[in-house]
Design a binder for this molecule. Structure first.
Ligand code: ATP
Length: 651
């Protein structure tokens, strides 16, 4: 039935728009079977009328108000099996299953409404008698389409099938090789609910699949009751597993777990029935109760799935085996098509209305279809994710290591190497510089020692010359009527005890030089006076230390050695002394010291005082020379008094 605006086109477009990602509602197709021969015999009326392709109107007998139901597609009794197959858009579901989606087609309705007929056609007329192709149901048509589709894919596809029934709330394998045993229903995170140890049979041809179907149908429990001569007493689930890997490429499957990949599941539910209406007794009644309880659980889950808030919380899929195995199809990641089957007979109106309400609610249930990835497909992705994580961790650790190095040395690796090389060179340079400075320091130390020694010698010579000069100058100026000059006025006043006590005779009680009372003088013993200039004539053969200096004053007044009486002789000695000093050549032998600030104290410290002493020595020489020149030209006693400043520069 390829007509414009047909349900097939709507469903196809809905499925083609992509079920992955957004919420996808359960697709519902309503099929009204023809009146059965028994119903016609009883003269029952049809209360169902199709209005268009998607609306069903219910006209209660006796003139009650009509009720309209709208579904994805409404197929009246005139529709053939091929029409139903096309209208349901099962081929689209097959395509989605080939892409890895989990798709489900299930029929729902009261007993005798045509569920099994819709899925698998009329019951077999005899053992080994196949269903005529024109009466083949959705399943056979899908099988044929799928096998043809796979053959033209051009890629290896593995097809397998399982077939089970839920009878009296127990799962039975319809394809088991041995004696059938009830199978447990398990759950894991990746696969959800599944039947453990369910036989999954690989098939490569349509004939093989049809044989599996016939095997299952022949094993499925059915009985006769008032409304159906071949009533199914169990829910039957046939599942096709579609995988794009060969058996060798497929990862090992957990023991008892179904294979992963795309799935296409056909569920033929047992029909709800009123025991009173079917006349079931005994075992039939038990089967009916079990069927009704499981259908009630299914309806309850569907009702809860309609509530968005409840959908996020708990849905009691565990209430029955049926709801467990349909959990993914109803509220999970699957794509689901529901074919609601009804009888047009007025006698079945209450059950028909119940089915219509049931189906109306179901088509408002949404799923979030998602193609499960196979383990093979997951593995490269997992490895790639791990590799990215390890790379990220490696970068993070490398960054932390660089930071630690930088903190430790403040330098990166290249800079550290550069710094090590340069630090080694700098260390060598510092060692050489240190050695050079050590040598220079040693030389300077030696020079300093030499300078100090020479300074000391010069200082001694200068002091000796100054005293001799003062003594000679004083004696030279001790003429008649002349007042002796105080050496304090000629030179920095030396301590009185250091002055040569030449004329500090105790009898005068006044220092002849500075006229200070002698009581303030502390004249030293004659032996501790400054070194004496040798005078062979006056020494009398005594050692120098024992001999008095030539200018030594008499120790008592009136002595023959009084300075007044010995002035000429002493002057002669002074002149000899001065001539001797003029012949001396005292030159500092120390190297020049670092330049000091010009206002540095001229004190005799280190080599700095050496030039000063040398200058003073030179000045003394000049002064002595001048005195000698004057002495040669004038007799000492007639020589006029001179200012001390004209003789010696004050120092
Ligand atoms: N569209 C149809 N055209 C012709 N005959 C049909 C149609 N639908 C159902 N029938 C017939 O009606 C009877 C009951 O059908 P069927 O067994 O499929 O019902 P059911 O819903 O599966 O019942 P149950 O739940 O008891 O198994 C069968 O004899 C079947 O051949």
């Amino acid at each position: 039935m390829e007509e414009r605006g047909s349900p097939d086109g709507d469903l196809a477009r809905s499925l083609e728009q992509g079920p992955e990602g957004p919420e996808t509602p359960i697709q519902v197709v309503l099929r009204v079977r023809p009146m059965s021969a028994a119903e016609l015999r009883r003269g029952q009326q049809s209360v169902l009328h199709c209005s268009g392709t998607r609306t069903l109107q219910v006209s209660p007998p006796g003139g009650g108000p009509e009720v309209a139901f709208r579904f994805g597609a409404v197929l009246d009794a005139a529709r053939t099996q091929e029409d139903v197959f096309r209208a349901c858009g099962v081929r689209r579901l097959g395509e989605l299953a080939l892409r890895g989606f989990s798709c489900t087609v299930f029929t729902f309705g009261q007993t005798g409404s045509g569920k099994t007929y819709t899925l698998t056609g009329p019951p077999p007329q005899g053992e080994g008698v196949p269903v005529p192709p024109s009466l083949a149901g959705i399943m056979q048509r899908t099988f044929a389409w799928l096998l043809d589709r796979v053959q033209h894919l051009g890629a290896p596809v593995t097809l397998r099938a399982s077939y089970l029934e839920i009878y009296n709330e127990q799962v039975w394998d319809l394809l088991s090789l041995g004696s059938p045993r009830p199978l447990p229903v398990r759950w894991n995170k990746t696969q959800g609910f599944y039947v453990e140890r369910l036989r999954v049979v690989e098939f490569r041809s349509l004939e093989a699949l049809m044989e599996l179907l016939q095997t299952g149908l022949s094993r499925r429990r059915s009985s006769a009751h008032t409304l159906n001569q071949a009533s199914s007493r169990s829910h039957a689930l046939l599942t096709l597993y579609i995988s794009h890997q060969t058996a060798q490429q497929m990862p090992p499957v957990d023991p008892g777990a179904p294979p992963v990949g795309g799935k296409l599941c056909f569920v033929d539910l047992a029909g709800s029935e009123k025991v009173a209406a079917t006349g079931s007794r005994g075992e039939l009644m038990l089967e009916a109760n079990s069927i009704n309880r499981s259908l009630l659980a299914l309806g309850h889950c569907i009702s809860l799935l309609l509530d968005p808030q409840r959908k996020q919380s708990h849905i009691p899929f565990r209430d029955s085996k049926l709801t467990k195995l349909l959990a993914d199809s109803l509220g999970g990641r699957g794509v689901t098509l529901m074919v609601a089957c009804v009888s047009p007979s007025a006698q079945c109106l209450p059950e028909t209305l119940s089915t219509l309400r049931y189906a109306s609610r179901a088509q408002r249930v949404t799923t979030r279809p998602q193609a499960p990835k196979s383990a093979v497909a997951k593995q490269p992705q997992r490895l790639e994710t791990e590799m990215l994580q390890l790379q990220e961790e490696n970068r993070r650790l490398q960054f932390q290591l660089d930071q630690m190095d930088s903190k430790a040395s403040g330098l990166s690796g290249a800079r550290v190497a550069w710094a090590q090389r340069n630090l080694y060179g700098m260390l060598q340079e510092f060692m050489l510089e240190n050695e050079r400075l050590r040598k220079e320091k040693s030389q300077l130390q030696n020079s300093q020692d030499l300078a100090r020694n020479e300074q000391r010698i010069l200082a001694q010579q200068v002091h000796a010359l100054e005293r001799r000069l003062l003594s000679a100058s004083y004696r030279h100026q001790q003429g008649p009527g002349l007042t002796p000059l105080c050496p304090c006025l000629m030179a920095p006043a030396p301590p009185c005890h250091a002055l040569p006590p030449v004329y500090s005779c105790p009898c005068c009680h006044i220092c002849p030089l500075c006229r200070v009372p002698l009581a303030q003088w502390a004249c030293l013993p004659r032996e501790r006076h400054l070194p004496q200039v040798l005078d062979p004539e006056a020494s009398g053969g005594r050692p120098p230390s024992a001999r008095p200096p030539p200018w030594a004053p008499p120790c008592s007044p009136g002595s023959a050695k009084c300075p007044r009486e010995r002035s000429h002789r002493d002057w002669t000695q002074t002149r000899v002394l001065a001539e001797m000093l003029m012949e001396e050549d005292v030159v500092p032998s120390a190297p020049p010291m670092p330049v000091r600030p010009p206002k540095t104290s001229p004190g005799l410290r280190g080599g700095a005082g050496v030039p000063n002493l040398a200058q003073r020595l030179e000045a003394l020489r000049d002064q002595i020379g001048s005195s000698l020149r004057r002495g040669r030209s004038q007799p000492p006693c007639s020589e006029g008094a001179r200012s001390p400043g004209q003789v010696l520069s004050p120092r």
